[in-house]
Structure formats: C-alpha cells, structure tokens
Design a protein around this ligand. Structure first.
Ligand SMILES: [Zn+2]
Ligand SMILES: [Zn+2]
Length: 179
C-alpha cells in the first residue's frame, strides 16, 4: 500500500517507477565525482599528482575532509534544487543510498562518532517545513550503521541563503556559529 501512496518517481524526469529509485537512462546522465580528487575538499583535480585543488592550496577550511558524490552539474543541479526548495523529500532514499554506497565504508573506517546535519534557522525551517540535510544525514547514518544526532548544532542567527553569499562571507558566518 505504501507503494501506492508514495510511488517512487525518478528524480530526473519525474516518471513513476516501480522497483528502482531512478530510470537507468536518467542515471546515466549523472556524473560521479571520481579520482583524482582533492584530498581536502573532494573536488575533482586534473592530475593524480596533485594532492589538493587550487582552492584548498590557497585557503584553510573549517573541516578536515570532505567528499561529494556527484558533480554539481546538469540534472544534479535540478535534483538538489527541488530537494531543498520544492518539497521533494522523496529524493532522500536515492541520495542517501548513493552517498552510503560511495562513502559508507570511508565513514566507517574513520570511526565517526556522530553524523550531524547542519541545521536550518528556525524561521527557514518553518517556511520550508523540513531540513534536507536532516533527512539525508539520518538516512545515510541508518544505512551505514552510524549514530545520528540532529540536536547538537543550533543555528543562532538567520542567514541569507548560502547561494547568495561569497565564500568569504560563508566562512565568517561559520566562525560566528562555532564560537
Ligand atoms: Zn528518469
Ligand atoms: Zn580542495
């Protein structure tokens, strides 16, 4: 019955699906981030000899290591836009499965204590109704057998959506939040 109430829809073309989370053709249009990648932020780099991307050579981040599953281009941009802003919470399963498949073993190897989502401000959570990072983090943790907690970080002030901020502004805000 659950299948009837919440049919899977392809996150790219929105067609109804029965046993898969994405059409094989649409899946073929997404591109994984692959080696060689930056040791710090996980972005692709041109040459395997290059340990860090130019961004990471130039500046220090507030995180130790990052990884991305897909390149942020083409249909993936639209998927993530709808996941964040158009109530497509149903994409959680597909995205979390992909993250777990690509980086579940890595996350376990690091003996991560907790999976923690970056919270939304209370105001934005009210208007949007959900925090996609919360949904994704929770399902990722479940799939990887990791402990999950969404009560550790609290956003103390409302910020402009990140896409409207420069890297420098994002860093300043993150620093303020971590104080
Ligand atoms: Zn499709
Ligand atoms: Zn980098």
């Amino acid at each position: 019955m659950i299948v009837l109430l919440y049919p899977n829809r392809c996150p790219v073309c929105d067609r109804m699906l029965r046993d898969t989370l994405i059409c094989p053709d649409c899946f073929g249009r997404l591109r994984y981030v692959s080696e060689p990648m930056c040791y710090s932020c996980g972005k692709p780099v041109a040459d395997a000899q290059q340990e860090y991307c130019m961004d990471c050579v130039r500046k220090k981040h507030e995180f130790r290591q990052g990884h991305a599953v897909f390149l942020y281009e083409g249909p993936m941009r639209e998927i993530l836009y709808r996941y964040k802003y158009a109530n497509r919470r149903d994409y959680t399963e597909f995205l979390a499965m992909q993250a777990a498949r690509c980086y579940g073993a890595w996350a376990k190897r690091l003996k991560i204590d907790l999976v923690v989502p970056i919270p939304l401000s209370a105001k934005r959570l009210r208007t949007r109704g959900y925090n996609q990072a919360d949904l994704l983090g929770k399902r990722f943790a479940e799939l990887c057998g990791l402990t999950y907690c969404n009560k550790i970080l609290v956003r103390v002030r409302n910020t402009v959506p990140q896409k409207e901020l420069s890297v420098q502004e994002r860093k300043i805000i993150l620093k303020m939040l971590l104080k």
